[in-house]
Design a protein around this ligand. Structure first.
Ligand SMILES: *Cc1c(COP(=O)(O)O)cnc(C)c1O
Length: 483
């Protein structure tokens, strides 16, 4: 294999050279400052960001692995958890930790549930958890790692999990129920109160994924929005995850996991007393833990403050509402379900929605694609506010372009139905060939635009055998992370 070679430079490069190289690399990134990407970026504005970034720099060498050496970090972590616990109405016996993100919070919550069951339900030999189909993939990942089986419950018309369907999946191996407040795909809040009752009735742990909502829903309540309860006020909820690096507007690497009681959290920990290296104790998944995201998250919470969060939440909701009504006023476009906050998806029965996504990307607006049904996704955060009119103008243009291009429409229709028909009997090798052209990393995408995805994505969706799709996805990952 002819590999590109990058070697460690013999003599270190000057600071100026290093920074210049980083600047150059960064030029190829999407520019988010113009408010044209949704999700991924949560920025509170330059004044707050300055303080937060200073906090980050101040603690980038400190290590939370040893809380007795860095008592500052222990305090920063405990205070951050306490502030979020307050927002989520956790009771006096709450216990929690900071993690590096939603996925880690979810992983430790699932691990905790498994070990809690090992102690309290030793009769369970094949533990299972139940999740709505809309739950974040981090739960599937956590289940794969911890050896728990996931049973998926259907969503109703309103995209919230169907409680009756979920209850049917409870059996003697069930140890955990999970739900979202709100879920990523459609931004709706699962019926947490009813699920809480089901959890209590069946003696199960119940985790609420409030990674997106944890630092948004409390401020919407302040603003007078009528929302169903989805936190520790609901009896039966035993743990909640909330990402400070999303609507908490902290730099990446900051999430919080909170349990109803110390007794439950105990099962999260890992300790080892027989290692020659000493007594080893670690609260979460990581060993060495950077102090930077902790200090920055703490700084974000206290420099923005309740008033700041309420003000940003208000701006985000006004922006969301303008974008949603703009979308609904375009014939053929439709918002899916009734999103609770600032996350939603829209679809079309009239147009090829993915091609609208591609046309938007050409104009510099990057929206994620969803499947079953095909849809485009939006997470509106503070840096998007004020750009509603530009976005809606670009969307109208994109729809008009797709509508006018009848030939492309017939072409993609034929292509997709061919793939659908052939996917039943053609081997995966064949699909790898045709999709590698779209998904390989050889072709450099246009600056600031996502790789043209409509055709590749539609084709992946048309393949009936999802294992084949997963094979192709593994190929893509392998290519992406090979120099
Ligand atoms: C982002 C997100 C997660 C995962 O969080 P990461 O920080 O990306 O690891 C989990 N659940 C929901 C609803 C999310 O939006």
């Amino acid at each position: 294999m002819n590999r590109n070679k990058i070697e460690l430079p013999t003599a270190g490069l000057s600071g100026d050279t290093v920074i210049a190289r980083l600047r150059e690399l960064k030029e190829g990134d999407v520019s988010w400052r113009n408010g044209r990407i949704f999700g991924y970026i949560y920025h509170p504005g330059d004044r707050e960001a300055k303080v937060i970034e200073q906090a980050y720099h101040m603690f980038c060498n400190e290590n939370a692995l040893n809380p007795s050496l860095f008592s500052s970090l222990r305090k920063l972590e405990n205070e951050t958890v306490a502030m979020v616990a307050g927002l989520l109405h956790a009771g006096d016996d709450y216990a929690g930790n900071m993690t590096t993100g939603g996925s880690e919070s979810i992983l430790v919550a699932v691990k905790t549930a498994r070990d809690h069951a090992r102690k309290h339900k030793p009769e369970v030999t094949h533990p299972e958890m139940i999740a709505p189909v809309t739950i974040h993939p981090a739960f599937s990942k956590a289940a794969a790692i911890t050896g728990i089986k996931v049973r998926y419950a259907h969503a109703g018309e309103d995209k919230r999990v169907d409680v009756a369907d979920l209850e049917k999946l409870i059996n003697r191996n069930t140890i955990l129920i999970t739900a979202s407040a709100p879920c990523f795909p459609y931004g709706v809040i699962d019926p947490i109160e009813e699920l809480g009752e089901a959890a209590l009735k069946n003696g199960l742990l119940f985790h609420v994924d409030s990674c997106l909502g944890g630092l948004m829903l409390p401020f919407l309540e302040d603003l007078g929005y009528k929302l169903p309860r989805s936190d520790f006020r609901v009896k039966g909820v035993t743990s909640v995850s909330a990402d400070v690096h999303k609507y908490g507007y902290a730099p990446k690497g900051a999430s919080v996991i909170i349990y109803r009681s110390h007794e439950i959290r105990r099962f999260q920990y890992f300790v080892m007393s027989s290692w020659p290296g000493g007594l080893y104790a670690s609260p979460t998944m990581l060993g060495t833990r950077s102090g930077a995201p902790m200090a920055a998250a703490w700084a974000a919470l206290i420099t923005i403050g309740r008033d700041g969060y309420v003000r940003m939440a208000d701006a985000v909701m006004k922006s969301t509402s303008a974008i949603k009504s703009g979308i609904e006023s375009i014939p053929g476009l439709k918002i899916i379900a009734d999103p609770a906050m600032s996350i939603f998806a829209f679809t079309s029965e009239k147009h090829d929605i993915f091609r609208i996504g591609d046309e938007l990307a050409k104009r510099g607006w990057n929206l994620d694609k969803l499947q079953f049904p095909s849809a485009l996704h939006m997470t509106v955060s503070f840096h998007n506010t004020g750009h509603e009119d530009e976005f809606l103008a670009a969307l109208k243009d994109a729809v008009a372009d797709v509508e006018g291009d009848k030939i492309q429409k017939v072409y993609s229709h034929v292509l997709i139905s061919t793939v659908k028909a052939m996917s039943k009997f053609l081997p995966v090798k064949w699909f790898r060939k045709i999709t590698s052209g779209f998904t390989g990393s050889e072709k450099k995408p246009e600056k600031g635009a996502a790789t043209s995805g409509a055709a590749a994505y539609a084709m992946m969706m048309a393949i009936d055998n999802r294992e084949n799709v997963e094979d192709i996805m593994l190929d893509v990952l392998d290519k992406l992370y090979t120099l």
